[in-house]
Design a protein around this ligand. Structure first.
Ligand SMILES: NC(=O)c1ccc[n+]([C@@H]2O[C@H](COP(=O)([O-])OP(=O)(O)OC[C@H]3O[C@@H](n4cnc5c(N)ncnc54)[C@H](OP(=O)(O)O)[C@@H]3O)[C@@H](O)[C@H]2O)c1
Length: 309
Protein backbone atom coordinates (compact mmCIF):
# COMPACT_ATOMS: atom_id res chain seq x y z
CA UNK A 1 0.00 0.00 0.00
CA UNK A 2 1.23 3.52 -0.74
CA UNK A 3 1.92 5.85 2.16
CA UNK A 4 -0.98 7.42 4.02
CA UNK A 5 -0.81 11.17 3.31
CA UNK A 6 -1.82 12.73 6.59
CA UNK A 7 -2.42 16.23 7.98
CA UNK A 8 -2.27 17.31 11.63
CA UNK A 9 -4.97 19.71 12.84
CA UNK A 10 -4.26 21.86 15.95
CA UNK A 11 -0.48 22.13 16.27
CA UNK A 12 -0.29 22.53 20.05
CA UNK A 13 1.51 20.70 22.85
CA UNK A 14 0.56 17.10 22.13
CA UNK A 15 0.92 17.49 18.35
CA UNK A 16 4.51 18.73 18.75
CA UNK A 17 5.58 16.48 21.62
CA UNK A 18 4.09 13.18 20.44
CA UNK A 19 2.27 13.15 17.09
CA UNK A 20 5.08 14.70 15.08
CA UNK A 21 7.87 12.32 16.22
CA UNK A 22 5.55 9.28 16.00
CA UNK A 23 4.55 10.15 12.41
CA UNK A 24 8.13 10.88 11.35
CA UNK A 25 9.24 7.49 12.65
CA UNK A 26 6.50 5.52 10.87
CA UNK A 27 7.07 4.59 7.18
CA UNK A 28 3.35 4.00 6.64
CA UNK A 29 2.76 7.77 6.74
CA UNK A 30 3.79 10.89 4.94
CA UNK A 31 3.03 14.03 6.97
CA UNK A 32 2.08 16.50 4.25
CA UNK A 33 0.19 19.32 6.00
CA UNK A 34 -0.59 21.15 9.23
CA UNK A 35 -3.70 23.23 9.91
CA UNK A 36 -3.35 25.55 12.90
CA UNK A 37 -4.39 29.17 13.44
CA UNK A 38 -1.23 30.30 15.21
CA UNK A 39 1.40 27.66 14.51
CA UNK A 40 3.18 26.17 11.50
CA UNK A 41 5.71 23.49 10.62
CA UNK A 42 8.49 23.69 8.06
CA UNK A 43 8.63 21.43 4.99
CA UNK A 44 4.88 20.73 4.89
CA UNK A 45 1.93 22.73 3.53
CA UNK A 46 0.51 25.04 6.21
CA UNK A 47 -3.09 26.26 6.57
CA UNK A 48 -4.96 28.30 9.15
CA UNK A 49 -7.99 26.00 9.15
CA UNK A 50 -8.93 22.42 8.39
CA UNK A 51 -11.40 23.59 5.75
CA UNK A 52 -8.61 25.37 3.85
CA UNK A 53 -6.48 22.25 4.10
CA UNK A 54 -9.27 20.00 2.79
CA UNK A 55 -10.02 22.42 -0.04
CA UNK A 56 -6.40 22.80 -1.16
CA UNK A 57 -5.22 19.21 -0.73
CA UNK A 58 -7.74 16.74 -2.18
CA UNK A 59 -4.93 14.15 -2.24
CA UNK A 60 -4.93 13.93 1.60
CA UNK A 61 -5.87 10.45 2.86
CA UNK A 62 -6.24 11.14 6.58
CA UNK A 63 -6.28 13.79 9.28
CA UNK A 64 -5.25 13.61 12.91
CA UNK A 65 -7.25 15.97 15.11
CA UNK A 66 -5.16 17.35 18.00
CA UNK A 67 -7.46 20.27 18.83
CA UNK A 68 -9.43 20.60 22.10
CA UNK A 69 -12.53 18.36 22.38
CA UNK A 70 -15.03 21.22 22.02
CA UNK A 71 -14.23 21.70 18.30
CA UNK A 72 -13.51 18.14 17.34
CA UNK A 73 -16.96 17.05 16.16
CA UNK A 74 -17.29 19.81 13.57
CA UNK A 75 -13.78 19.14 12.29
CA UNK A 76 -14.24 15.37 12.13
CA UNK A 77 -17.56 15.78 10.30
CA UNK A 78 -15.93 17.98 7.64
CA UNK A 79 -13.01 15.58 7.17
CA UNK A 80 -15.22 12.49 6.90
CA UNK A 81 -17.50 14.33 4.46
CA UNK A 82 -14.44 14.86 2.25
CA UNK A 83 -13.66 11.13 2.39
CA UNK A 84 -10.74 11.30 4.84
CA UNK A 85 -9.85 8.78 7.52
CA UNK A 86 -9.92 10.47 10.93
CA UNK A 87 -7.92 9.97 14.10
CA UNK A 88 -9.27 11.70 17.21
CA UNK A 89 -7.19 12.71 20.22
CA UNK A 90 -8.75 11.78 23.55
CA UNK A 91 -11.44 12.48 24.66
CA UNK A 92 -13.13 11.75 21.32
CA UNK A 93 -15.63 14.59 21.76
CA UNK A 94 -17.36 16.96 24.11
CA UNK A 95 -20.49 14.75 24.26
CA UNK A 96 -21.31 11.09 23.74
CA UNK A 97 -23.96 11.73 21.11
CA UNK A 98 -21.57 13.60 18.85
CA UNK A 99 -19.15 10.68 18.95
CA UNK A 100 -22.00 8.31 18.00
CA UNK A 101 -22.81 10.64 15.13
CA UNK A 102 -19.21 10.46 13.87
CA UNK A 103 -19.10 6.68 14.14
CA UNK A 104 -22.27 6.45 12.04
CA UNK A 105 -20.92 8.94 9.51
CA UNK A 106 -17.63 7.03 9.17
CA UNK A 107 -19.55 3.78 8.67
CA UNK A 108 -21.71 5.33 5.93
CA UNK A 109 -18.67 6.87 4.24
CA UNK A 110 -16.64 3.67 4.43
CA UNK A 111 -13.81 5.53 6.17
CA UNK A 112 -11.80 4.76 9.30
CA UNK A 113 -12.60 6.58 12.54
CA UNK A 114 -10.14 5.93 15.36
CA UNK A 115 -11.01 7.34 18.79
CA UNK A 116 -7.62 7.06 20.48
CA UNK A 117 -6.86 6.33 24.13
CA UNK A 118 -3.11 6.80 24.29
CA UNK A 119 -2.72 5.40 27.82
CA UNK A 120 -3.97 2.01 26.62
CA UNK A 121 -0.75 1.80 24.61
CA UNK A 122 1.44 2.17 27.71
CA UNK A 123 3.73 -0.89 27.87
CA UNK A 124 2.31 -2.55 31.01
CA UNK A 125 -1.37 -2.24 30.10
CA UNK A 126 -1.73 -5.31 27.87
CA UNK A 127 0.39 -7.51 30.22
CA UNK A 128 -1.84 -6.34 33.10
CA UNK A 129 -5.01 -7.23 31.15
CA UNK A 130 -3.61 -10.72 30.47
CA UNK A 131 -2.58 -11.23 34.10
CA UNK A 132 -6.01 -10.19 35.37
CA UNK A 133 -8.03 -12.24 32.86
CA UNK A 134 -8.19 -15.38 35.06
CA UNK A 135 -8.14 -13.71 38.49
CA UNK A 136 -11.01 -12.74 40.80
CA UNK A 137 -10.78 -8.98 41.37
CA UNK A 138 -11.50 -7.97 45.00
CA UNK A 139 -10.89 -4.19 44.97
CA UNK A 140 -9.51 -1.45 42.75
CA UNK A 141 -7.96 1.84 43.79
CA UNK A 142 -6.89 4.50 41.29
CA UNK A 143 -4.76 7.48 42.34
CA UNK A 144 -4.29 9.99 39.50
CA UNK A 145 -2.88 13.16 41.00
CA UNK A 146 -0.84 15.79 39.23
CA UNK A 147 -0.08 19.51 39.22
CA UNK A 148 -2.25 21.30 36.67
CA UNK A 149 0.17 24.24 36.63
CA UNK A 150 2.96 21.95 35.40
CA UNK A 151 1.02 20.00 32.79
CA UNK A 152 -1.56 22.46 31.44
CA UNK A 153 -0.11 25.97 31.69
CA UNK A 154 -2.27 28.54 29.92
CA UNK A 155 -4.75 25.96 28.54
CA UNK A 156 -7.99 27.90 28.99
CA UNK A 157 -10.08 25.37 27.02
CA UNK A 158 -9.47 22.73 29.69
CA UNK A 159 -11.44 24.83 32.25
CA UNK A 160 -14.32 25.59 29.87
CA UNK A 161 -17.48 23.44 29.54
CA UNK A 162 -16.47 20.38 27.53
CA UNK A 163 -12.81 20.74 28.56
CA UNK A 164 -13.38 18.17 31.35
CA UNK A 165 -11.07 19.75 33.93
CA UNK A 166 -9.36 17.06 36.03
CA UNK A 167 -11.09 14.39 33.93
CA UNK A 168 -8.77 15.35 31.08
CA UNK A 169 -5.99 13.33 32.78
CA UNK A 170 -8.43 11.20 34.80
CA UNK A 171 -10.00 9.78 31.67
CA UNK A 172 -6.61 8.22 30.89
CA UNK A 173 -6.93 6.12 34.05
CA UNK A 174 -10.50 5.23 33.09
CA UNK A 175 -9.29 4.21 29.62
CA UNK A 176 -6.84 1.80 31.27
CA UNK A 177 -9.23 0.20 33.76
CA UNK A 178 -11.99 -0.20 31.15
CA UNK A 179 -9.42 -2.07 29.05
CA UNK A 180 -7.95 -4.35 31.73
CA UNK A 181 -10.69 -5.20 34.23
CA UNK A 182 -12.43 -8.44 33.30
CA UNK A 183 -15.95 -7.09 34.01
CA UNK A 184 -17.77 -3.85 33.19
CA UNK A 185 -18.32 -1.48 36.13
CA UNK A 186 -20.78 1.26 37.01
CA UNK A 187 -20.62 4.55 38.90
CA UNK A 188 -22.47 4.63 42.24
CA UNK A 189 -21.28 7.92 43.76
CA UNK A 190 -19.13 10.87 42.82
CA UNK A 191 -17.93 14.14 44.34
CA UNK A 192 -16.67 16.81 41.96
CA UNK A 193 -14.76 19.81 43.32
CA UNK A 194 -15.24 22.94 41.22
CA UNK A 195 -13.10 26.05 41.83
CA UNK A 196 -15.57 28.89 42.34
CA UNK A 197 -14.21 30.72 39.26
CA UNK A 198 -14.08 27.74 36.86
CA UNK A 199 -16.58 25.68 34.85
CA UNK A 200 -14.74 22.38 35.24
CA UNK A 201 -13.66 20.35 38.28
CA UNK A 202 -10.16 20.45 39.78
CA UNK A 203 -10.68 17.17 41.70
CA UNK A 204 -13.02 14.18 41.63
CA UNK A 205 -13.63 11.19 43.89
CA UNK A 206 -15.50 8.35 42.21
CA UNK A 207 -16.96 5.08 43.50
CA UNK A 208 -17.93 2.28 41.15
CA UNK A 209 -18.99 -1.34 41.50
CA UNK A 210 -19.12 -4.22 39.05
CA UNK A 211 -21.68 -7.02 38.84
CA UNK A 212 -19.84 -8.87 41.64
CA UNK A 213 -20.06 -5.77 43.89
CA UNK A 214 -16.30 -5.23 43.65
CA UNK A 215 -15.49 -1.78 45.07
CA UNK A 216 -13.65 0.40 42.56
CA UNK A 217 -12.45 3.80 43.80
CA UNK A 218 -10.79 6.54 41.79
CA UNK A 219 -9.31 9.78 43.09
CA UNK A 220 -8.32 12.45 40.60
CA UNK A 221 -6.68 15.65 41.80
CA UNK A 222 -4.98 18.49 39.97
CA UNK A 223 -3.62 20.14 43.12
CA UNK A 224 -0.75 17.75 43.74
CA UNK A 225 2.65 19.39 43.92
CA UNK A 226 5.90 17.45 44.43
CA UNK A 227 5.95 13.84 43.22
CA UNK A 228 3.16 13.10 40.74
CA UNK A 229 0.98 9.98 41.05
CA UNK A 230 -0.51 7.96 38.22
CA UNK A 231 -1.08 4.60 39.96
CA UNK A 232 -3.68 1.81 39.78
CA UNK A 233 -3.81 -0.89 42.47
CA UNK A 234 -5.89 -4.01 41.85
CA UNK A 235 -6.34 -6.58 44.63
CA UNK A 236 -7.15 -10.08 43.43
CA UNK A 237 -7.47 -13.60 44.84
CA UNK A 238 -3.85 -14.14 43.74
CA UNK A 239 -2.23 -10.94 44.93
CA UNK A 240 -2.04 -7.23 44.22
CA UNK A 241 -1.27 -5.87 40.78
CA UNK A 242 0.04 -2.30 40.66
CA UNK A 243 0.38 -0.27 37.50
CA UNK A 244 2.40 2.87 38.12
CA UNK A 245 3.82 5.79 36.13
CA UNK A 246 0.71 5.84 33.97
CA UNK A 247 1.01 2.20 32.92
CA UNK A 248 4.79 2.02 32.31
CA UNK A 249 5.53 -0.21 35.31
CA UNK A 250 3.73 -3.35 36.48
CA UNK A 251 4.33 -4.93 39.88
CA UNK A 252 2.77 -7.97 41.53
CA UNK A 253 2.77 -7.87 45.34
CA UNK A 254 5.40 -5.13 45.18
CA UNK A 255 7.80 -7.01 42.87
CA UNK A 256 8.36 -5.21 39.59
CA UNK A 257 7.53 -7.58 36.72
CA UNK A 258 7.82 -5.11 33.85
CA UNK A 259 9.23 -1.65 33.38
CA UNK A 260 9.62 -0.14 29.96
CA UNK A 261 9.88 3.28 28.32
CA UNK A 262 6.53 4.45 27.06
CA UNK A 263 5.85 4.34 23.30
CA UNK A 264 2.16 5.25 23.31
CA UNK A 265 1.93 7.37 20.18
CA UNK A 266 3.94 5.01 17.93
CA UNK A 267 1.43 2.38 19.06
CA UNK A 268 -1.52 4.63 18.19
CA UNK A 269 -0.27 5.38 14.68
CA UNK A 270 0.56 1.71 14.04
CA UNK A 271 -3.02 0.82 15.01
CA UNK A 272 -4.49 3.62 12.85
CA UNK A 273 -2.59 2.29 9.81
CA UNK A 274 -3.85 -1.24 10.54
CA UNK A 275 -7.44 0.01 10.80
CA UNK A 276 -7.16 1.92 7.50
CA UNK A 277 -5.79 -1.18 5.74
CA UNK A 278 -8.58 -3.32 7.23
CA UNK A 279 -11.22 -0.69 6.33
CA UNK A 280 -12.49 -0.68 9.90
CA UNK A 281 -12.93 1.71 12.81
CA UNK A 282 -12.18 1.66 16.53
CA UNK A 283 -14.52 3.79 18.64
CA UNK A 284 -14.81 2.79 22.31
CA UNK A 285 -16.67 5.44 24.30
CA UNK A 286 -16.63 3.68 27.69
CA UNK A 287 -14.09 6.03 29.35
CA UNK A 288 -16.15 9.06 28.25
CA UNK A 289 -19.37 7.35 29.44
CA UNK A 290 -17.95 7.11 32.96
CA UNK A 291 -17.02 10.80 32.89
CA UNK A 292 -20.50 11.71 31.66
CA UNK A 293 -21.98 9.56 34.46
CA UNK A 294 -19.85 11.45 37.00
CA UNK A 295 -21.21 14.76 35.74
CA UNK A 296 -24.77 13.32 35.92
CA UNK A 297 -24.58 11.63 39.30
CA UNK A 298 -21.86 13.63 41.03
CA UNK A 299 -22.34 15.92 44.00
CA UNK A 300 -20.84 19.33 43.30
CA UNK A 301 -18.55 20.92 45.89
CA UNK A 302 -17.39 24.53 45.59
CA UNK A 303 -13.69 24.92 46.39
CA UNK A 304 -11.27 27.84 46.38
CA UNK A 305 -10.81 29.71 43.10
CA UNK A 306 -8.04 28.55 40.77
CA UNK A 307 -5.69 31.38 39.82
CA UNK A 308 -3.07 30.36 37.28
CA UNK A 309 -0.12 32.54 38.53
N1 LIG B 1 -0.93 17.90 26.59
C1 LIG B 1 -0.91 16.60 26.82
O1 LIG B 1 -0.04 16.08 27.54
C2 LIG B 1 -1.94 15.69 26.15
C3 LIG B 1 -1.69 14.33 26.22
C4 LIG B 1 -2.55 13.47 25.55
C5 LIG B 1 -3.68 13.96 24.92
N2 LIG B 1 -3.93 15.29 24.91
C6 LIG B 1 -5.17 15.75 24.27
O2 LIG B 1 -4.86 16.43 23.06
C7 LIG B 1 -5.81 17.48 22.85
C8 LIG B 1 -5.04 18.78 22.70
O3 LIG B 1 -4.29 18.99 23.87
P1 LIG B 1 -2.97 19.90 23.92
O4 LIG B 1 -2.39 19.71 25.26
O5 LIG B 1 -2.10 19.67 22.75
O6 LIG B 1 -3.67 21.35 23.83
P2 LIG B 1 -3.05 22.68 23.27
O7 LIG B 1 -1.59 22.76 23.58
O8 LIG B 1 -3.94 23.77 23.73
O9 LIG B 1 -3.15 22.50 21.69
C9 LIG B 1 -4.35 22.42 20.99
C10 LIG B 1 -4.21 23.31 19.74
O10 LIG B 1 -5.46 23.32 19.07
C11 LIG B 1 -5.71 24.61 18.52
N3 LIG B 1 -6.98 25.13 19.01
C12 LIG B 1 -7.30 25.51 20.26
N4 LIG B 1 -8.56 25.96 20.33
C13 LIG B 1 -9.05 25.87 19.09
C14 LIG B 1 -10.30 26.20 18.51
N5 LIG B 1 -11.29 26.73 19.25
N6 LIG B 1 -10.48 25.98 17.20
C15 LIG B 1 -9.48 25.46 16.45
N7 LIG B 1 -8.26 25.14 16.94
C16 LIG B 1 -8.07 25.33 18.24
C17 LIG B 1 -4.60 25.54 19.01
O11 LIG B 1 -3.68 25.78 17.94
P3 LIG B 1 -3.84 27.14 17.07
O12 LIG B 1 -4.09 28.25 18.05
O13 LIG B 1 -2.55 27.24 16.34
O14 LIG B 1 -5.03 26.89 16.17
C18 LIG B 1 -3.90 24.74 20.10
O15 LIG B 1 -2.51 24.98 20.13
C19 LIG B 1 -6.74 17.47 24.07
O16 LIG B 1 -7.92 16.78 23.78
C20 LIG B 1 -5.94 16.73 25.12
O17 LIG B 1 -6.78 16.04 26.04
C21 LIG B 1 -3.06 16.18 25.50
Amino acid sequence: MSKIRIGIVGFGKIARDQHLPALRANDDYELVAVASRNASLENVANFKTLDEMLESMPELDAVSLCTPPQVRHGQARSALAQGKHVMLEKPPGATLSEVDDLAAQAERAGRTLFATWHSRHAPAVEPARRWLADKAVRAVNVQWKEDVRTWHPGQEWIWQPGGLGVFDPGINALSIITAILPQPFFLTEAELSFPQNRAAPIAANLSFIDASQTPIRAEFDWRQTGPQTWDIHIDTDEGRLTLSKGGSVMAIDGHVELTQDEAEYPGLYAHFATLIKAQSSDVDVRPLQHVADAFMLGRRLDVEPFIEE
